[in-house]
Design a binder for this molecule. Structure first.
Ligand SMILES: Cc1cc2nc3c(=O)[nH]c(=O)nc-3n(C[C@H](O)[C@H](O)[C@H](O)COP(=O)(O)OP(=O)(O)OC[C@H]3O[C@@H](n4cnc5c(N)ncnc54)[C@H](O)[C@@H]3O)c2cc1C
Length: 387
């Protein structure tokens, strides 16, 4: 081993959607951080498969807090740091074409507003004024939360990485964590294919590999990857602003969501039904015919648009659809920031801020709410309504 540093305040396993912004916030707060990733650069696993949606529109207080904090970071990033991360504040709209979904969405709104979410219900005419090309047939209305938006997962991670390095973080790529160092109940560092590193804290931010990493210390973490596909079209004139979510289930899919990128391209994604478990990253021939049908069902004006590329990645899923964040009883110095499901890009900065408060021992009321509801020790019984 050369003369590189082997002693850190905190080691972060995984330079993905969560690990990189976390390294930035911890380094800014004065922690000496090392980020380890087995891949050659930042954001090369699930992060680069995300379509970039960022929202505080959720049905759990913990997720509204995380989303709001992340939105504050993404929306101010260019102004504060000068990096263009393609932030676009187009809002989110969950649209309703059936009474059941309209009832679910309307019932949530009063509760969401009480939890500091800027959201309202628009009837069909009001919604068509915001998104004129929605299929009007059968449209009952939908929610609109104007402060949500989108950004580029790769550009955002490059920006967080650059600023984390400036703030003193070390990043080692092509370096795989193989095991942990421990002293009784305390985790004291990690062993990689290149050496050993000591630290006061080790954060598992290994996404779809969270279970494998945690099993090295005998901890069973219920995170299992399932695969999702997405597609991007050629660019067209600007026709709508918000991310649109259609919660109806259709043969082979649970829901469908899409938005128009600042370049004019349409990016769309759907949740397979039943889920496709496993770490698959090769695009299938099933996705596009089903997803294209869904796109045209909701926005027929796009019937002649050409699709340029399809890709497939994974969601690191938990049994209740919510992340697992915080410390673990009986394992000192070990922190989980895993199981981000379909929301790891949008939660990354919020998680980074939360973990910085945790390691500084400066938790505020919102931090405590998040840590309690996303604890490893919870029952995993509830289910997220707005997946
Ligand atoms: C099609 C699709 C669309 C999506 N759209 C969105 C969206 O619009 N908004 C959103 O918020 N989310 C979206 N997601 C989900 C999002 O991509 C994930 O939730 C998020 O990227 C998970 O972040 P992470 O940091 O936990 O994992 P990752 O980004 O996968 O990072 C984990 C890192 O850990 C590293 N690692 C693993 N094992 C080791 C080891 N032993 N040693 C060293 N390093 C290791 C990996 O190489 C990897 O880089 C989407 C996902 C898909 C597939």
């Amino acid at each position: 081993m050369d003369q590189q540093n082997t002693s850190y305040d905190v080691i972060i396993i995984g330079a993905g959607s969560v690990g990189v912004p976390t390294a930035y916030f911890l380094s800014e707060a004065g922690f000496k951080a090392l980020v380890l990733d087995s891949l050659p650069s930042v954001g090369q696993a699930s992060n680069k498969h995300a379509i970039g949606g960022i929202r505080a529109t959720h049905s759990e207080p913990s997720k509204i807090h995380l989303g709001n904090r992340s939105l504050a970071v993404f929306s101010a990033w260019k102004q504060e740091h000068g990096d263009d991360i393609e932030w676009q504040q187009g809002g989110y709209s969950f649209v309703a074409y059936d009474q059941a979904n309209a009832a679910v969405l309307k019932e949530l709104i009063a509760w969401q507003q009480q939890h500091d979410l800027n959201i309202s219900w628009l009837n069909a005419d009001q919604l068509l004024a915001v998104i004129p090309n929605l299929n009007p047939e059968g449209l009952l209305g939908g929610t609109f939360s104007p402060e949500d938006g989108s950004a580029s997962p790769l550009k955002a991670l490059y920006a967080f990485h650059k600023r984390a390095v400036q703030a003193g973080a070390d990043f080692h790529f092509d370096e795989r964590v193989l095991d942990f160092l421990r002293d009784g109940e305390r985790i004291t560092g990690v062993i990689t294919n290149r050496g050993k590193y000591n630290s006061q804290w080790v954060i598992n931010a290994a996404g779809g590999w969270a279970k494998e990493i945690s099993s090295m210390i005998g901890l069973d973490v219920p995170v299992n990857p399932d695969s999702h596909e997405a597609a991007i079209t050629e660019p067209v004139a600007r026709i709508f602003e918000p991310m649109i979510v259609d919660m109806r289930s259709r043969p082979g899919s649970e829901n469908f969501y899409y938005y128009q990128h600042p370049t004019g391209k349409i990016i769309f994604c759907m949740t397979p039904d039943p889920p496709i478990l496993g770490m698959h990253t090769l695009a299938s021939s099933n996705f596009l015919p089903k997803a294209a049908r869904r796109l045209l069902e909701i926005m027929p004006i796009l019937q002649h648009i050409r699709v340029r590329r399809v890709w497939r990645g994974t969601y690191p899923m938990t049994p209740d659809g919510s992340p697992i964040i915080g410390t673990v009883d009986g394992l000192d110095g070990f922190v989980l920031a895993v199981g981000m499901c379909g929301q790891g890009f949008m939660f990354g900065p919020g998680v980074g801020l939360l973990l910085t408060h945790l390691l500084l021992n400066e938790l505020d009321e919102a931090d405590k709410i998040i840590l309690e509801s996303l604890s490893y020790h919870r029952k995993f019984k509830s289910t997220e309504v707005l997946k």
